[in-house]
Design a binder for this molecule. Structure first.
Ligand code: GAF
Length: 394
């Protein structure tokens, strides 16, 4: 299932290829790329079996690798200047956490009875870590895709997605949904993916960026609450389901509940669980409505939905943070911005902004200035290009 890739971000690809040659003293056999993702709308809905609207972007993880004749694995993290070597039969967690993602993949392969030999790899990325663009999912998907090719394991793309997600759940310990891995593996140039996270049916929607651009503003902060609160949100949603099931036994997840049902049981849910369920049932509907707007070419309506999502994430789901709220607030009076919201798991990372193309320069300038004045932190801005998903660079 090799895939010819368009030659994008070649400088990072070359950098990793060269770093491999320098570290291992010979050229790598193969080179693979897995992109990060954006998500236009549908946040935290994946683990509630709702809908999401992500796309894979022009920032990615690259793995250069070759098989070995023994059972040794050597991982060279180019961007960290660190190397970790181990035997395939010893997947114990090392002191440093950076190899967890790769070990998680090998752990999954073993648990599922896939046999591979040793290999050596150099990897690195141009994907900002901690920016909420799924650098960890990209890392997992890239290695698994590469090993699938190298050792001819016969996994299809969906199997890769599911196994990479389980690596994150079981080995890394983050109970993430399926969106990030799906977007990284199934991404398609100039398209967003509407994914039903229950059936895993998906549809590509053309998203040509001509008059408007998607711009990410990177707060450059990642508050430590991120992964613990993520797992807490999942539990809160499950607690909501358990209560609502008393009144509607066929509810399996918040996907099956309506905002009216949540409202009717507000008192019993309690204030916190009520707010989580309210946001979730509304957001799942909002993604569907937003897709309709997109199909009709109504980007103004679509942008308004992005703001509603942010408001819900800020006040009801409570996964935003001061810096994200500040950046979104800044855009509200700007008629060149159709929509803005925090993106991803929250507690830091990026906002995603739908901005009139001819005003992007101006937008970035005022955001950078205001952010620096408020927090003393430079604000990287990324103009996103939607590219193909995971594949081999030939
Ligand atoms: C993180 C998770 F990994 C995703 O599964 C998703 O839940 C997202 O947060 C929030 O929408 O990126």
């Amino acid at each position: 299932m090799s895939m010819m890739m368009e030659k994008i971000e070649i400088s990072t690809a070359d950098r990793i290829r060269e770093a491999y040659a320098e570290h291992f003293g010979q050229a790598a056999t193969r080179l693979f790329r897995s992109p990060g993702r954006i998500n236009l709308i549908g946040e935290h809905t994946d683990y509630n079996q709702g809908f999401v609207l992500p796309a894979s972007v022009d920032k990615a993880v690259y793995f250069a690798l070759s098989p070995r004749s023994d059972a040794r694995v050597i991982l060279h993290a180019v961007d960290l200047g660190a190397t970790y070597a181990f035997d395939l039969h010893d997947l114990a967690k090392p002191a440093d956490s950076w190899p967890y993602y790769q070990l998680g993949i090998l752990d999954q392969l073993q648990k599922n009875g896939y046999r591979i030999g040793g290999f050596q790899a150099a990897f690195g990325s141009d994907l900002p870590v901690g920016a909420g663009m799924s650098s960890s999912a990209a890392l997992e998907c890239c290695l698994l895709f590469a090993l699938n090719e190298l050792f001819v394991l016969g996994l299809d793309r969906l199997a890769i997605v599911k196994m990479a997600q389980r690596a994150e759940n079981e080995y890394v310990g983050v109970n993430c949904g399926i969106m990030d891995q799906f977007a990284s593996v199934f991404g398609k140039a100039e398209s967003v993916i509407r994914l039903d996270c229950r059936s895993l049916e998906y549809e590509y929607f053309p998203f040509a960026m001509n008059e408007y651009l998607l711009v990410l503003c990177d707060t450059s902060v990642k508050h430590s609450l991120a992964s613990s609160e993520y797992n807490t949100r999942r539990q809160e949603c499950e607690a909501g389901v358990a209560i609502l099931q008393k009144y509607q036994p066929d509810i399996q997840s918040l996907r099956d509940a309506t905002p009216a049902l949540v409202e009717a049981h507000r008192e019993e849910l309690g204030e916190v669980i009520y707010r989580r369920c309210k946001y979730m049932t509304e957001e799942i509907r909002r993604v569907q409505e937003a897709c309709e707007l997109l199909l009709r070419g109504d980007l103004v309506g679509f942008g308004a939905k992005m703001y509603q999502t942010h408001d819900g994430l800020q006040h009801e789901y409570e996964v935003s943070c001061e810096e994200l709220d500040f950046l979104v607030e800044q855009t509200r009076a700007d008629s060149n911005v159709l929509g803005a919201r925090m993106m991803g798991g929250g507690f830091g990372g990026c906002t995603i902004n739908l901005v009139r193309a001819d005003a992007v320069e101006e937008f970035e300038t005022y955001q950078k200035k205001a952010y620096f004045q408020a927090y003393g932190i430079p604000l990287p801005c990324y103009r996103v290009r939607i590219t193909d998903g995971t594949g081999e660079i030939l």
